[in-house]
Each structure stands twice: as C-alpha cells, then as structure tokens.
Write a protein that binds this ligand. Structure first.
Ligand code: SF4
Length: 237
C-alpha cells in the first residue's frame, strides 16, 4: 500500500487508471493492494501476536533506508522501522491479495492502513500514516539473544553509514570505502546464513528480522553487488 521501499522490484508501480479514485465508493479494483502491503501501526500488533498475520509474511524497511513516501510524494529515509506485508514474487502486490477474485484473504483482520485507505479521499490515511508505527523493537526486544543480534546488525549495517561510504567511493578515500562496504555486505550475508544454519530460523523470517538483504537494496543507491561463493564484487552503476 502507501509506502514502498525505493523501487527495487519495478520502477513502474501499477497506475491508478482502473481505480475508483474518481468515484466515491470502493469499486474493488485492487489497485491499492497491487501497490504493496500496508505499513503496521501499534493498533495492528494484536494481528501479529495472535498469529492472524504470521511474522514470516512481513518484511522490515530499516531505519535510515530510503523509501518512497506517497503522502509526501518523494523518496525519504525512514526515521524508524516500517514493518510491512510482503509482496508476491517480484511484484509489490500484497501477498494476501486474491487477484482472480479481487479480494483480501484476511479482510476481517486487515491492518489499520487498509481500513483507513479510501483512494478517493486519503485524509484519514494521512492522519495515521506516520503515527505510532510498529517496530521490531516492539515485537522482538524480549527475545533474548536474537534481539542482540538484530541490534548489532542494525549498527553494523546502518544505512546512514552506508550512504557516507557510497559518497566516499567517488573521493580520495575510495579504496577504504570499497573495502568497508564489502565487509558490511559480507556480514549482512553471513548473519542471515548463520541464524538459519545454526539457529534453525525459518529463512522466510529473515527479511522481517534483518530487513531486506543489502545485496537487493544497494542497487537503489547506485552500487551493484555480485557474489561468487565467498567473494563479493561491487560495481558502481
Ligand atoms: S492486507 Fe488485504 S486490504 Fe490490505 S493490501 Fe493486503 S490484500 Fe489489500
């Protein structure tokens, strides 16, 4: 739905051309659900706690990561975690959107943003949009050991630090910047492998616990990542 991470799936999200944006009723066109799942707020916590929306269906846009803010209409670094419902395969279409029938598979338990969105009048959504966002801290901070790993990952893979390094790639510090960036990416890969192989974690949980892999998000910052076994190669562009 309304906020999507800088477009790594498609540069062209579905248009509003078939939507009910020009009428004053929901015509069940599905455009809002095809634009991406909702961001979660405190009010939605109960849906996760009760298992109505499993954590493996979520991903995190991490603090500092660029995301497209449809209310502001531009790309902005997010100031806290945004937890969202995953998209289907390589699209933004919400995994709970039943396309053939144009309906929501969890309609009675859909999150707050889905309830608030009326494509013909976004004022209700704008009011709640950035308010009381649910974060990983709210959901996982009491899971001893795992939370320490997540905090360490957030610190070492901090997007603010990554952006400074990317700027440095063009300057006199470029050799150090390339090396440090490669080390950060390597760590991001290894921690995910470790919690699966040694900790028995469901791989589907990784994008919720650690955000999306840097190998997928860095191309949005102008750096492509190639991985051959243990070797990381970074290319600008
Ligand atoms: S949870 Fe349901 S209403 Fe909300 S975006 Fe997904 S399919 Fe649409």
């Amino acid at each position: 739905m309304n906020i999507k991470s800088k477009k790594d799936k498609t540069d062209n999200p579905p248009s509003d051309s078939k939507s009910g944006a020009h009428s004053k009723v929901c015509v069940r066109c599905g455009t809002c659900c095809e634009k991406g799942g909702p961001g979660f707020h405190q009010e939605d916590r109960v849906l996760i706690d009760k298992g109505l929306i499993p954590s493996r269906c979520l991903f995190t846009i991490r603090k500092g990561e660029f995301a497209y803010d449809n209310v502001q209409g531009c790309l902005m670094p997010v100031d806290s975690d945004i937890i969202k419902i995953k998209g289907k395969a390589d699209t933004w279409s919400c995994i709970f959107f039943d396309e053939p029938n144009k309906q929501c598979a969890i309609y009675d338990d859909r999150p707050l943003e889905c309830r608030a969105l009326k494509c013909w009048d976004t004022r209700e959504l704008e009011k709640i949009y950035a308010r009381r966002r649910l974060t990983r801290d709210d959901l996982i901070s009491e899971v001893e050991g795992l939370w320490d790993l997540i905090k360490d990952h957030q610190k070492r893979c901090d997007y603010a630090k990554i952006q400074i390094l990317i700027k440095d790639l063009a300057g006199s510090l470029k050799n150090d910047a390339w090396r440090e960036l490669a080390e950060i990416i390597k760590y991001d890969i290894e921690i995910r492998e470790l919690v699966v192989s040694k900790g028995g974690m469901d791989p589907e949980m990784l994008d919720f616990l650690f955000g999306r892999p840097l190998t997928k998000t860095l191309p949005n910052y102008g750096v492509k990542v190639r991985q051959d076994d243990q070797k990381i190669t970074l290319v600008r562009g």
